[in-house]
Structures are given as structure tokens and as C-alpha cells.
Design a protein around this ligand. Structure first.
Ligand SMILES: Cc1cc2nc3c(=O)[nH]c(=O)nc-3n(C[C@H](O)[C@H](O)[C@H](O)COP(=O)(O)O)c2cc1C
Length: 128
């Protein structure tokens, strides 16, 4: 994989996000790193926490959250909303499952980038 960040990346995004405060945006949607970047000084490990200090508007965060960690990031005040990708693919009734602390279907990564209904519309809800 090529180099995705360098010694100007954090400074650049600090500038961009600071300037975004000048616009009346509905929200800023941020994504946490896909991999562990704790040993990379050019990358930010906790994106929401970092940009919360810079951005004054609504922040949506995602990537790798579950009900517990999402609740925590909201309680910590680092984001206003959390969105879900893979948990929603595997759980069409994700909201209901979170509400009732029901177990979640596990997503099948083998079907993530394949055509057809398999892996998209065939995960069971709690009631079927
Ligand atoms: C099958 C699949 C395809 C995705 N495709 C894209 C994409 O094309 N562009 C993009 O920015 N994010 C893409 N994402 C990332 C999601 O938009 C979202 O940010 C991410 O899944 C959230 O993290 P979570 O799945 O851990 O909740 C994709 C995710 C999945 C699971």
C-alpha cells in the first residue's frame, strides 16, 4: 500500500476542518482509522476526539463502533452522532437490537463486495 499520510497531513486537515467552521454545514462526518495507527506519528488514532476540539458543528463518527463504544464516544462528547456500516448490513433491525440489547448477526465479509442479494438483504431480523 502506498503512503497515505505524511508530515503535513494532520496540519492540513486541521486547517481544512478549521475553515469548515465558516460554513453552515449540516454535519461533518469523520471516519476512525481502518487499522491501528498508534505507531504512526503522521496519523490520528482518535479522530473524533481530535477534531472535536477544532470543529464547532455537528460531528458524525463511524468505523468499528458497537453499542458500547458508540455510547461512550457520545458521552465523552467527542461526537454528536455515530453511524454504522457493517453492523447495519448484517442487522436490518440494528436499532431494535440496540434498544433491546439483543445479540447481533455477524457480518460475512466474503459477501461484502459481491453482486446479488446474498449478504445484503438476506440477514434475518429478530422476528423471522
Ligand atoms: C461493503 C462495504 C463497502 C463500502 N464502500 C465504501 C465506499 O465505496 N466508499 C467509502 O467512503 N466508504 C465505504 N465503506 C465504508 C462505509 O461507508 C462506512 O464508513 C464504514 O463501513 C463504517 O464503519 P463500520 O462498518 O465499522 O460501522 C464501505 C463499507 C462496506 C462494509
Amino acid at each position: 500500500m502506498g503512503i497515505l499520510v505524511d508530515d503535513e497531513t494532520i496540519e492540513l486537515y486541521n486547517y481544512i476542518v478549521t475553515r469548515l467552521n465558516e460554513y453552515d454545514l449540516a454535519y461533518l462526518h469523520l471516519i476512525e482509522p481502518f487499522t491501528d495507527v498508534s505507531d504512526n506519528s503522521y496519523a490520528i488514532q482518535e479522530v473524533a476526539k481530535h477534531f472535536r476540539k477544532i470543529y464547532n458543528g455537528t460531528i458524525i463518527i463511524n468505523r468499528g463502533f458497537n453499542k458500547k463504544t458508540a455510547t461512550k464516544v457520545l458521552q465523552d462528547g467527542y461526537a454528536d452522532l455515530v453511524s454504522f456500516g457493517t453492523p447495519f448490513i448484517a442487522n436490518p433491525d440494528l436499532v431494535e437490537r440496540f434498544k433491546s440489547d439483543a445479540p447481533l448477526n455477524q457480518p460475512d465479509q466474503a459477501t461484502f463486495y459481491t453482486p446479488g442479494e446474498k449478504g445484503y438483504t438476506d440477514y434475518p431480523t429478530l422476528n423471522n
